[in-house]
Ligand binder design. Structure first.
Ligand SMILES: *Cc1c(COP(=O)(O)O)cnc(C)c1O
Length: 452
């Protein structure tokens, strides 16, 4: 079956672009052969929540282009900051050199991050930030005379990226299974995700049970465990599983009790996604390592950071070079990316984004009632500016069909299995939310009506 937009590209030029892309570009997370039936979408420009294809059709970016965009595409304020920075210095290596944007950004992040995370180590993408946190945690224990603390634990269903170290602590079979022989073993603790609750347990009860399992494990294995790494509040890649903040509070207490680092992977949920600036804020805890990326530069440029408190920094602060954290990525602390990040943080204040997101979320929850109560929908849930629900379907091609049908409704939807989710840019307005909900209802009815 050929899906709707295949034949919509009218001019030969535009068809050529798709063919050239399929010949020359190996697209991420994609079985390239599927593009024989599901065509690529060639995007030429964007504005606010909208992406426009080569023939001028608009698509509402309901997933913020893989969860990165916060204040819209081609945002005037961020554009201006980057242009200004371009005239000064685009990039300089960060070993032996420094520059205003990276210093200001580090100071600003320290102000807004929970606890006392005063030291910023930069990289270019999320997975690299995870590698850094894992290596730093292990190295810290080594410097403290505890080299046997070299195992990591994470949560069942966690996603932390796809480089080998990050994949080792990830628990998403489709990404992990093939590469198992290349990975380090990692024990996954039961997930606090409320969808897994038994006996009608409340979200809080289920989270507390999961914390008890963590405590059991660490009471026996803490002396070999360097760190627990978690996705706070929302486990993104495994279908936006959401859980009660009490788990974070308990995890912090348990890690303290057993001298195990807590690594908070807020790569997806940081910067207001869960309703607070950081997910950890909702449990009033601070991790030992805070990993940030996706929204950090407003979705503009690849940038990530690992933030740590003084005691971890101090452990490496010694006379011997070998005791330093000898890790680098070439583009670390890129000046343009840091300026984009600073401009993004300015927009949080200018737009009073966290406040205004509250009323936006209220509005979307109100108009989404027909989705929440749809007979084919299960577990409709919301956390801050993230919405998700499962669709009852046996169709193995559901995600691709949902994507293609979404495009006909001017929507960029990209389900995770049979989970449809919204993670829109914060600049979405009520009219656009109406379109998002109504368009999704249409997609849902189309795909579940004839139950292929
Ligand atoms: C996206 C993501 C990563 C990996 O980030 P990349 O930039 O894709 O390497 C890690 N952890 C979480 C929670 C993520 O959502």
């Amino acid at each position: 079956m050929i899906w709707p937009i295949t034949n919509n590209f009218k001019t030969m030029n535009n068809k050529n672009l798709l063919e050239r892309s399929l010949n020359a570009v190996w697209h991420p997370c994609t079985q390239m052969k599927q593009h024989e039936t599901f065509p690529l979408v060639p995007i030429v420009r964007g504005k606010g929540v909208w992406l426009y294809d080569i023939e001028g059709r608009g698509y509402l970016d309901a997933i913020s282009s893989w969860w990165v965009n916060l204040f819209g595409h081609t945002n005037a304020h961020i554009n201006a900051a980057i242009c200004d920075q371009l005239e000064k210095i685009e990039h300089v290596m960060l070993a032996g050199f420094t520059h205003e944007p990276v210093v200001s950004l580090s100071e600003r992040l320290k102000q807004i991050a929970p606890g006392n995370l005063g030291h910023c180590f930069y990289a270019s993408d999320g997975a690299s930030a995870i590698e850094i946190a894992l290596k730093m945690s292990f190295h810290y224990w080594l410097l403290n005379g505890q080299p046997q603390k070299n195992n990591f634990i994470s949560l069942q269903n966690d996603y932390h990226g796809e480089t080998l170290g990050a994949l080792s602590v990830t628990d998403v079979a489709i990404f992990k299974k093939t590469y198992a022989p290349l990975l380090r073993p990692c024990t996954h603790m039961p997930t606090p995700d409320w969808r897994y609750a038994q006996n009608n347990d409340s979200a809080e009860e289920h989270a507390l049970n999961a914390a008890t399992a963590l405590e059991d494990y660490l009471s026996k294995n803490h002396s070999e465990t360097a760190a627990l790494i978690i996705e706070p509040l929302v486990q993104g890649a495994m279908g936006m599983g959401m859980y009660h903040p009490i788990y974070l509070k308990r995890a912090r207490e348990i890690c303290d009790q057993y001298q195990v680092h807590l690594i908070a992977d807020e790569i997806a949920v940081g910067f207001g996604r869960t309703g607070t600036m950081f997910a950890c804020n909702q449990a009033d805890i601070a991790p030992d390592f805070l990993c940030l990326s996706k929204g950090l530069s407003g979705g503009y440029l690849p940038l990530s950071v690992v933030m740590t408190p003084d005691d971890i920094f101090q452990a490496f602060y010694q006379d011997k070079t070998a005791h330093a954290f000898l890790h680098s990525h070439t583009h670390t602390g890129n000046a343009l990316a840091c300026r984009a990040a600073l401009a993004t943080l300015e927009l949080f204040e200018q737009n009073q984004a966290l406040e205004s997101n509250k009323s936006k979320a209220e509005y979307l929850n109100k108009i989404a009632k027909p989705l929440a109560t749809h007979p084919k929908v299960k577990n409709f849930r919301n956390c801050g500016m993230i919405w998700a629900f499962e669709v009852e379907t046996n169709d193995a091609d559901f995600p691709e069909k949902c994507f293609a049908t979404g495009l006909t409704q001017k929507l960029l939807l990209r389900p995770l299995g049979n989970t449809i989710y919204f993670m829109p840019p914060y600049v979405i307005n009520e009219q656009e939310m109406d379109l998002l909900v109504n368009g999704t209802l249409h997609v849902l009815n189309t795909l579940t009506a004839n139950n292929r």
